[in-house]
Ligand binder design. Structure first.
Ligand code: 3H9
Length: 698
């Protein structure tokens, strides 16, 4: 008998329970166990109907992703599903938690489905660069119609039980789930209801068979944001097979599509990103069993763009916030912006109509830092200079409750230094959110010299609670993300002096898959900030300075590296900028040359990877995958390229080290010389991944 799947009999109802923590993924053992128990239930003359349910926190959350790319083990999931669907006795899936991917495919092979009201059902395979590979693209359209099926399969987001009920994906919302499933089976038996095998029911496909535009319009809407990705398009094709081919043929074609994607570089990168994100939540060097301190209320200092965005993130997750400003005016302004943002989202249908009021009610706006007293976590988002931060932390020492975690949202300042202004450095750390903070998922958690392990665990835990992706980093200028970005910034600027244009550089970067190039990003952030800071430090950057001297501060002045039409954020190349660059170069006696796209890509990416290698050597990041998480969730690195360190491994570290040495000489820039770690790995023919594997084994 299987260890992970059990069959019990309650009179005439057989209960098959999967129990394979943490998420009941469909490992070979679970597949084998389900097959064995279904066969046994079908063979048992005392059993008239069957419930398939799960123990623990969730229904089956999908195939076991760790098995992909390894030699397949019997039984295949499709064979298990055929056994379920062919059962002459009704099989009912009783769902709680999340029925995802292969989990929902199991449920779709059952004759009926019921779920508890909190359950979520979805086919998120596209998010792993895959398409559903066990009939999901064939059975879901038959259950809910092709339009919703496209939305769920191509978009990958799950739906709740109420929507599932409305669209015929489940029959009933139950309490239970096992007891609800059992009651439902008894009802079926009493009513002698015929079995519903989705494979044999084409009724919901009829409309799209007659008018294919129903399907193609849904696909067009869902693939709009899929630039560069393969899986959403392949998944859409697979739903099309349900409309165009008989079930068995559609299933075969779906399988072919799935196998192709499993072997693709994109899916490998996306599966890597899935585990990298979860790995990042495990803090290196913290004693096992270290518990988070309770966080029932958060205080945020500063209701500006960052403070407001951070406050919104907490309120979105239901955490009460005390929002603190220095004056009524600033507070009113900050609260007003938050309310407007939520109302705009509600108007677009992104959140329920009553959500803005509910979320605003979680935020208490007050004037004066002395009001931090009842907060378990204080996040400072005030002006970005060391003197101001020190003053604020000194006051926090006086007013914050003992044991409260004291976090700075600084994007580059030294947290060790900030911690010195308190008598409780063990409670101080960085929580670096990214702008816009209510949207961007990354939170760099900065561990200072004296940060206590439980303070760190608290920050990571609360970050996950508010749906951020935490990555623990050490203290250095710019931490992981901005420190690497600075290398790219330096090269992008140098490229202009050698003959490249902003639009050429940006085009190479966006073609690679980044949402924006460095110059469009500069225009968005405002060029005057860097200009003022350069002036203060007596540094020159002739092209950027010339732009600012001409009043070109970026989007806010309608002109920067690009020009912008009134009310538009589209960056338009501007001949005036080209002229200004030419004049600057002539003045400096610089000669222009043709710079190839290949060189641009290498000089944008390789210096960042080189910096990443230094970050690893210095222990600022514990794992290469933590660096990748920073880039995936803080800077929009294309998920199908896994992150800079993952991508570097696919390019080959020897090639990268060689090219860096070449550019160091060619452009007379010793900072481009490969870092010792990169050199070593390149010489040994190794990858960054080999470092992660070695540290896991240790
Ligand atoms: C698929 O089904 C293909 C089929 O169509 C075709 C087959 C032929 N496998 O996220 P958490 C681990 S593709 C292996 O922290 P939560 C996870 O790594 C799959 N492991 O919990 C972590 O391990 P650790 C389609 C998995 O409560 C632990 O479980 N399904 C899997 O925040 C806890 O995870 C999906 O894409 C898995 N499938 O969220 C769903 N799932 O503790 C993927 C999780 O060692 N999963 N683990 O770090 C999720 O979205 C979330 O895990 C879930 C729970 C919402 C279920």
């Amino acid at each position: 008998m299987s260890e992970v799947v059990k069959l019990e009999r309650h009179d005439e109802v057989g209960i098959v329970t999967v129990n394979s923590p943490p998420v009941n993924a469909l490992s070979a053992a679970v597949r084998g166990g389900i097959l064995e128990c279904i066969k046994a239930a079908v063979a048992d003359p005392a059993i008239k109907g069957i419930v398939l349910t799960c123990a623990g926190r969730t229904f089956i959350a999908g195939a076991d992703i760790t098995e992909f790319g390894k030699p397949p083990k019997a039984p295949a999931l499709n064979d298990v599903l055929s056994e379920i669907e062919n059962s002459p006795k009704p099989v009912v899936a009783a769902i709680h938690g999340t029925a995802l991917g292969g989990g929902l495919e199991v449920a779709l092979a059952c004759h009926f489905r019921v779920a508890v009201k909190e359950a979520k059902l979805g086919l998120p395979e596209v998010k792993l660069g895959l398409l559903p590979g066990a009939g999901g693209t064939q059975r879901l359209p038959r259950a809910v119609g092709p339009e919703l099926a496209v939305k769920m399969i191509v978009g990958g987001d799950p739906i709740g039980a109420a929507e599932a009920l409305k669209n015929g994906l489940i029959e009933e919302i139950v309490e239970g789930p096992a007891s609800g499933g059992e009651a439902f089976v008894r009802k079926l038996l009493a009513e002698k209801r015929p079995l519903r095998r989705l494979r044999d029911d084409d009724s919901k496909l009829a409309a799209a068979k007659a008018d294919r535009s129903i399907f193609t319009n849904a696909v067009a809407a869902m693939t709009k944001k899929s630039r560069g990705l393969e899986a959403p398009f392949a998944a859409a094709d697979a739903v099309g097979y349900a409309i165009d081919f008989p079930f068995d043929e559609g299933l075969k074609k779906e399988r072919e599509g799935f196998l192709k994607l499993v072997a693709s570089d994109q899916s490998k990168a996306q599966r890597y990103a899935f585990f990298a994100e979860r790995e990042a939540a495990k803090i290196a060097g913290v004693p096992e069993g270290t518990k988070s301190r309770p966080v029932n209320r958060v205080a945020i200092l500063g209701a500006g763009t960052m403070g407001g965005g951070i406050a919104m993130s907490f309120a979105n997750a239901g955490v009460p916030v005390t929002l603190i400003e220095t004056g009524e005016e600033q507070l009113k302004r900050g609260l007003g912006i938050m309310q407007k943002n939520w109302e705009a989202t509600a108007a677009r249908g992104g959140i329920p109509a009553d959500a803005p009021a509910k979320r605003m009610a979680l935020i208490t706006g007050v004037v004066g830092i002395e009001n931090v007293g009842d907060a378990d976590l204080v996040i400072e988002a005030v002006f970005e200079t060391m003197a101001v931060k020190k003053e604020v932390f000194g006051k926090l020492d006086q007013f914050a409750k003992p044991g409260a975690v004291l976090a700075s949202n600084t994007s580059y300042l030294n947290i060790d230094e900030i911690a010195k202004s308190t008598k409780r450095p063990q409670d101080v750390l960085g929580m670096h959110f990214f702008s816009p903070a209510n949207v961007m998922k990354l939170c760099e958690i900065v561990r200072a010299d004296k940060t206590a392990p439980d303070a760190l665990v608290t920050a990571v835990t609360i970050a996950r609670k508010i749906a951020k992706v935490p990555a623990v980093v050490g203290v250095c200028d710019g931490f992981v993300g901005n420190r690497m970005l600075a290398q790219r910034g330096k090269q992008s600027e140098k490229l202009l002096f050698e003959g490249a244009l902003p639009q050429q550089v940006d085009a190479v970067v966006t073609k690679f898959g980044m949402p924006m190039g460095p110059f469009a990003m500069g225009d968005l952030a405002g060029l005057d900030i860097g200009w003022r800071s350069r002036k203060d430090r007596g540094i020159k950057s002739e092209i950027a300075d010339a732009l600012c001297e001409a009043g070109r501060f970026g989007q806010k002045t309608g002109k920067g590296y690009y020009k912008y039409e009134a009310g538009s954020r589209s960056a338009l190349p501007d001949p005036e900028v080209e002229k200004l660059i030419d004049e600057t170069l002539a003045r400096l006696g610089r000669k222009k040359r043709a710079v190839s796209d290949e060189e641009i890509l290498e000089r944008m990416m390789y210096p960042m990877i080189n910096e990443g290698a230094k970050i690893l050597e210095e222990g600022i990041a514990a794992r290469p995958s933590d660096i990748d998480v920073v880039w995936l969730y803080g800077y929009g690195w294309p998920i199908y390229r896994g992150g800079p360190m993952f991508w570097a491994d696919t390019v080959g570290l020897k090639h990268i080290a060689d090219r860096l040495s070449f550019y160091a000489k060619e452009t007379n820039d010793p900072s481009l010389e490969p870092a010792p770690l990169l050199k070593k790995l390149a010489a040994e023919g190794k990858t960054f991944a080999s470092l992660a594997a070695a540290s896991k084994a240790a």
